[in-house]
Design a binder for this molecule. Structure first.
Ligand code: ZN
Length: 308
């Protein structure tokens, strides 16, 4: 394709007014999902981190830095989720740009502690639809200059999160109580487990920067065997090398554990698809976990939109 055609494409693909719309840049796709739901077409929303990207390890590119500096509003998660973006985010604040750290708007008493950073809380708030909905309530004020309807749209967004929560409660109530154990690669599910009565264990801890230790693997195998846990779960944004060790370790002790599926932890699924929305992503996780742990939930999920 010639250079001229390449240059012409974006202009053809976007409505004429799109380029003049206020630019909101978010770090994660979960944040972009909430901004889109509340602001509709009043702003253009760009998420820096795409499908399967690990926010704990993500380093901004030069183009990201330019986008952030040019944005009318930057929405980040905060509480050290974007561990390798802190320099550029601090630069934005120093420059007096509009920056909203969504997780940091919640009262500290509602957040879980962060074992690795005493000054921060567990950042994975999107895992609990009700907690996420409360954080999203900070968005209308930030979007007010451009999206006057955001406050009204918030009501519909909260209702969708509440419906998801009701579905999760119903699904997890069907899992036999001793099997309400969620073993994942890293500790992204603290809020989720607390909300739905699932005991949690992970291989790596709350960030993904450390490797699994042998003693950690052995302790997890012993727990899986003694509790007769039927399944463990991989994550789309983190490599799952140690999962195989857990399955083989349990098998050597005469207990069959299977890989219950791959969960979305710190990123959404394919953009434009159902799991590319927070609702679809959580529906996938709830449905996959409940079914693999011996509970009942429709294979196609809350909205009949998951691949069965
Ligand atoms: Zn994480």
């Amino acid at each position: 394709m010639c250079r001229r055609a390449l240059l012409a494409l974006p202009a053809l693909a976007l409505p004429a007014h799109a380029q003049t719309r206020p630019q909101v840049v978010t770090t994660t796709a979960m944040l972009a999902d909430a901004v889109r739901a509340l602001a509709g077409n009043a702003v253009t929303v760009t998420a820096l981190m795409g499908e399967g990207v690990d926010p704990h390890l993500y380093r901004p590119t030069r183009a990201d830095t330019q986008r952030l500096l040019a944005a009318d509003l930057v929405v980040l998660n905060g509480h050290r989720l974007e561990g390798r973006m802190e320099e550029v985010l601090a630069r934005l604040s120093r420059a007096g740009r509009r920056v909203l750290a969504l997780a940091e708007t919640l009262p500290r008493a509602r957040l879980r502690s962060h074992p690795e950073y005493p000054d921060a809380a567990d950042p994975h708030i999107w895992m609990d639809p009700l907690l996420w909905a409360d954080a999203a309530a900070a968005l209308p004020a930030a979007l007010a200059p451009w999206a006057g309807d955001a406050q009204a749209a918030l009501g519909a967004y909260l209702a969708r999160m509440q419906r998801l929560h009701d579905y999760a409660q119903t699904a997890f109530a069907t899992v036999p109580a001793p099997q309400r154990v969620l073993v994942t690669v890293h500790d992204a599910f603290g809020y989720f487990g607390a909300r739905y009565g699932l005991e949690l264990d992970s291989i790596q801890g709350i960030s993904t920067e450390s490797e699994a230790s042998l003693s950690r693997i052995e302790a997890l195998v012993a727990m899986l065997v003694s509790r007769r846990v039927p399944a463990i779960f991989a994550e789309t944004s983190v490599p799952d090398r140690a999962m195989r060790a857990l399955i083989e370790g349990a098998a050597a002790r005469g207990h069959t554990v299977r890989l219950g599926g791959t969960l979305f932890s710190d990123s959404l699924g394919r953009p434009g698809g159902y799991t590319g929305t927070l609702e679809g992503m959580l529906d996938h996780n709830i449905t996959t976990i409940a079914r693999a742990l011996g509970g009942t939930a429709p294979a196609t999920g809350l909205n009949g939109r998951l691949a069965a």
